[in-house]
Design a protein around this ligand. Sequence first.
Ligand code: SF4
Ligand code: SF4
Length: 325
Amino acid sequence: MLQIGYLVSGGIITNYKCSSRCRHCCYSSSPQWPNDYMTPSMADEIFRILKGLGCRSVHIGGGEPLLRPDKILAVLEVAKKNGVHIEYIETNASWYKDEASTHAILKDLKRCGVHTLLISIDPYHNEHIPFWKVKALMAACSKAGIEVFPWLMDFWPDIEAMDDSKPHSLDEYVQLFGRDYLLRLAKRYGLNLKGRALKTYRPMMKKQPFEQVLRQSRPCRLLSGVYHFHVDLYGNFVPQSCPGLSIPLKELVRGADPGRYRVFYALETEGVKGLVELAMKEYGFEPQAEYAGDCDLCYDIRNYLVLERGLDLPDLKPEGHYRYV
Ligand code: SF4
Ligand code: SF4
């Protein structure tokens, strides 16, 4: 059985839809996603299960969670009712319009028990969001008595070197800071090379023969990330660092049938080698000669199953992770 007995701390993904389409986004969020937001009844189910598993605090992420403040406020009310503490909400600041409307939103968040916003600060976000909005939101938080968790201050001087009234492409950063800037950026950020981040960086990554990647395969232990798991708006448990894979949280608590979640089970127990065997034997997958490591191979198979074969596999959800990359 695939099962979890306890969880310590993680995140709630209230929506995958986002105002941005950052090139480092491991969730492949973008404006293309449907207008789906976590409902209060789903939030209630999730918070009750999390509490039962020993998890009493979570952060909220997305997508952009503050795209629709009314939707997030309803989720926060439910968290409060269930006694689950909100550590912070992640935001990209794109929704900042003016001081008055922002103050009203911050006041509502505070009333619902939110005392910290994690505000994204990096050149990837700056491709879509002018820096003045980030600065203005930070100032508004300070006025409203909301803490700011700046992620990451290390990039402030890079972004400050540009005109803050408009967004700037990564090409502009490369022109200013040198040809290897994109690679250095990934390292400084500690990038999780999944989803769109993998798509962005794959052309720059060293390739290995398929057989060599298989030889190095290890179990992925998708259920062991009890400190940084996510649960999404559809009630799915999303393993730490591996979006696009999921099992309904309520099933994982009782014990999910490995026969139903075969992709997840193969990766959990054998790693990409197990997934290759399953995909070749059952679904006619044919590997390429070379891959940029096991996650690249894993994504090639998952993309094949979801996009090329059009299979509706319960553990390869949400489909948008593959479709909107
Ligand atoms: S990194 Fe954040 S802001 Fe950027 S697309 Fe992903 S969810 Fe949206
Ligand atoms: S091989 Fe697949 S499941 Fe394992 S870490 Fe990489 S992307 Fe995640």
